[in-house]
Design a protein around this ligand. Structure first.
Ligand SMILES: NC(=O)CC[C@H](N)C(=O)O
Length: 385
């Protein structure tokens, strides 16, 4: 694709570990970052996707051809004290890859995508053939990559230099990202109205959307570091939430043990995405890596008992093996009809519920927010026993 003139005055290079080299216009910060290159099919919701802690360590490619149309929302919009339009306080992705970067126009916009990435030190590349990249990832699987943004009047970084940096970096699967996005101290969030329940959360990188969905139901949430032992999550709380989070679940052995302990405590547990993986691994199930993951807001999931289908938000690169559920004492709950991936499990007594997809959405459709109502009902039921 010809570059023409880059409105930002920046150019960028993206090199994939399989040798694919892409040049385009740059935006955001003039810097170089390494990450696993993944794609999402979400058409909107880039402020949420970019700040989703589960994207830590990844360079995100958007299949939708235009990003930035509605700018970047003001941070003054709060809901139960939580940022309304963001999934964490900062951009979490290593880099952002889009086909076109239009000028923004929206009443709630405080700045452009270019300004936002620049202020947070994150590189972006635009005016590149994202269709080619996405098809490549879909056919050959996710791949490590390096992205570099430079001023157009400067010498570009050489491909050799980028290749050396890329091969000397650890791969995504080897790095523990959850500890980087987990809080250092416990943080309590109180709902605005009556407190109907108090839960502890093992926070390995929670999306704010999960907090918003809990708080609006009157559930007070205390977020604990990802290294917290099970007894601390159980003492004095009605239930436990195991959050989503970035990285390879197999590297989080201690967290999987904690997940198994809380799951066998007799208290209700809600586990989402990484939380479900930790729960399943801790109870003895197996995880595997999907070839190119599920990332988007238009993914169907079918509830197996009822046959009901919902459109849901996904962001996962690993999944739990169906055949390993029996040994773990778990029963399947949801299935993705496109490729058959397991999208939810629960215990036989129904007290521990887990989704591989994101029932809080953010971004995405709200078809499955009832999972949070179910969690509250489980809490109320166990309290009166
Ligand atoms: N959203 C998440 O919690 C992601 C879980 C895990 N890091 C995966 O990619 O599968």
């Amino acid at each position: 694709m010809p570059l023409l003139r880059c409105r930002t005055g920046l150019r960028a290079r993206l090199l994939l570990a399989d040798g694919i080299a892409v040049e385009g216009c740059g935006f955001g910060a003039t810097t170089t970052r390494v990450g696993e290159v993944v794609f999402t099919t979400a058409m909107t919701g880039y402020p949420e996707s970019l700040t989703d802690p589960s994207y830590r360590g990844q360079i995100l490619v958007e299949t939708h051809p235009m990003m930035g149309n509605y700018g970047v929302p003001r941070k003054s919009r709060l809901y139960h004290g939580i940022l309304l339009d963001y999934e964490s306080d900062h951009i979490q992705v290593e880099g952002f890859v889009v086909a076109e970067l239009p000028k923004p126009n929206h009443y709630a916009s405080a700045m452009s995508l270019h300004e936002w990435l620049r202020s947070e030190g994150v590189p972006g590349i635009y005016r590149v053939d994202t269709r080619f990249l996405v098809k490549r990832i879909r056919e050959h699987g996710v791949v490590m990559g390096i992205i570099s943004v430079y001023n157009e009047d400067e010498e570009p970084p050489s491909w050799d230099e980028l290749a050396r940096k890329l091969v000397s970096s650890k791969t995504y699967d080897e790095r523990v990202f959850a500890l980087e996005v987990s809080p250092r101290e416990p943080i309590t969030h109180k709902p605005e109205g009556r407190v109907r329940a108090r839960v502890a959360m093992l926070d390995c990188g929670v999306k704010y959307g999960i907090l918003r969905r809990l708080l609006e139901r009157g559930i007070e949430v205390t977020r604990y570091p990802c290294t917290t032992p099970a007894w601390q999550l159980l003492e004095g709380y009605d239930a436990v939430v195991l959050s989503n989070g970035p990285g390879n679940p197999a590297l989080l052995r201690d967290q999987a043990r904690v997940a198994a302990e809380v799951a066998t405590s007799g208290k209700p547990v809600l586990a989402i995405c990484l939380g479900m993986q930790l729960l399943a691994l801790g109870l003895g199930a197996r995880a595997y890596k999907l070839p190119y993951g599920h990332r988007g807001v238009n993914k169907p999931v079918v509830e197996l008992d009822t046959g009901r289908c919902m459109v849901s938000t996904h962001n996962h690169g690993y999944a739990i093996d169906w055949d390993s559920l029996d040994d773990a004492g778990l029963v399947p709950w949801f299935r993705q009809p496109d490729d058959g991936t397991l999208e939810g499990v629960r215990t036989r007594d129904g007290l521990v519920i887990a989704t591989q997809f994101h029932p809080e959405a953010g971004p995405g459709p709200w078809d499955s927010t009832w999972v949070f109502d179910l969690f509250l009902r489980l809490i109320e039921k166990t309290r009166t026993r």
